[in-house]
Ligand binder design. Structure first.
Ligand code: SF4
Ligand code: SF4
Length: 177
């Protein structure tokens, strides 16, 4: 998430403050700490750090993400300081107009919300888990419990919604896109 920390928000900052998808569990399922990060300070500020494969990570949606802002901005780890999605880079480089970028963000929010709604329809209401993990969990349940017709239709809609979201993320947000 980007911020120039000046009093007057830049276009890029406004874009991030209207987006938040690199913090809310849509783009990432977790964030890995890197050399120079201060685990003690992050933990003291409410980030539930855990070990995964010998690396320290915290899950997304991030506990410090509130009202589409990072509440521990000055302390945020290196990954967060360094990350700029393809859309933000394009705005910063003057290749994409702010209004066009806002439109892409709005579409991504709509697609993510459609995925959330279909997950809820299938009984998954754990909003504190990243969307990709929720989808994998529901898929596993569907694979093991058999496909009752109505749920199968909803799951097909969910799979399509996840695909449409992933296409947009791949084309518009992932670095190098
Ligand atoms: S996904 Fe991109 S535009 Fe959205 S908050 Fe993160 S860096 Fe900003
Ligand atoms: S620490 Fe801040 S910038 Fe990093 S994921 Fe959490 S809310 Fe986003």
């Amino acid at each position: 998430m980007y911020s120039n920390m000046s009093n007057e928000p830049s276009m890029a900052e406004k874009l991030c403050l209207s987006c938040g998808m690199c913090c809310n569990g849509v783009i990432f399922a977790d964030v890995q700490l890197q050399r120079g990060d201060a685990p003690g300070g992050l933990k003291a500020n409410g980030l539930p750090l855990r070990l995964r494969g010998g690396k320290t990570v915290f899950p997304q949606p991030c506990a410090a993400f509130q009202d589409c802002q990072c509440k521990i901005y000055a302390l945020r780890p290196k990954h967060c300081r360094d990350f700029e999605c393809a859309l933000l880079k394009s705005v910063l480089a003057g290749k994409t107009e702010f209004t066009a970028a806002r439109k892409v963000v709005r579409t991504a929010h709509q697609r993510a919300e459609k995925v959330r709604q279909l997950l809820r329809d299938l009984g998954d209401t754990e909003e504190t888990l990243a969307l990709s993990k929720r989808f994998q969990r529901v898929k596993k349940q569907m694979d093991s419990s058999g496909f009752e017709e109505e749920r199968a239709d909803t799951f097909a809609d969910l799979s399509m919604a996840v695909h449409e979201l992933n296409v947009l993320l791949s084309e518009g947000f992932y670095p190098g896109a």
